[in-house]
Design a protein around this ligand. Sequence first.
Ligand code: FPP
Length: 240
Amino acid sequence: MALFRKKPEQKTPQEELVLPRHVGIIMDGNGRWAKKRALPRTAGHRFGAEKFKKINEYCLDRNIEVVTFYAFSTENWKRSEEEVSNIMDLFIDYLEEWLTMDDSKNMKVRFLGDRTPFSDRAKQLMQEVEEKSRKFSNQLNIAVNYGSRSELVRACNLLKNKEGEITEEDISSSLYTAGQPDVDLIIRTGGEKRLSNFLLWQAAYAELYFCDTLWPDMTFDDIDRALEFYSSRQRRFGGA
Ligand code: FPP
């Protein structure tokens, strides 16, 4: 049942559902999806990249303020050269496509992660996309060469010369997600139940939603189920 499948301006009883402000998505299962079809892993990533665009638009339609997709982790460099270069090509294709999209997408894009190892072309495109999208309001974060531990180490280094005590606010504002609300809901596809170094600080109080769907098979209904799950949770933030 697609509870949210409506034009944003239409009113439904589901308006009462409590929506997360910030959703983090771990897109897992591209490789297994391809294997099931006797296709190369690269095909899984190609379908995965298409699904990323659709799910991102759906989250935008649902007016979720911030969505963060985990596209490439600091650990993903361990994969074969062919697979890494395929993911990089898909990423560059997406950036180039983004720059030709019309303004109606309304997404302010930020890339979370260390850009040092990326090609000059990728770095230039990331900068261009961030600059051109600055005027928009809904936030799309794409985590590339991202790892939460290295993000925290970076934050510590940024703060090392600060006078006085370091506060939680100092750390939050030294992360790649500075200025954004903490993540409320993390969705992980592909059946694994772990965070894999994703938004560990920001997810301190997040609700966690795991589903078996392999990422390229992800549907809007799966997202709705995750949002319903979130809405049904009573968040106490450590209180009674
Ligand atoms: C996890 O599935 C997926 C990745 C590590 C790569 C995700 C990349 C994309 C969706 C495409 C590029 C992204 C953009 C933003 C255009 P897995 O390969 O670990 O799957 P498995 O667990 O089944 O092997």
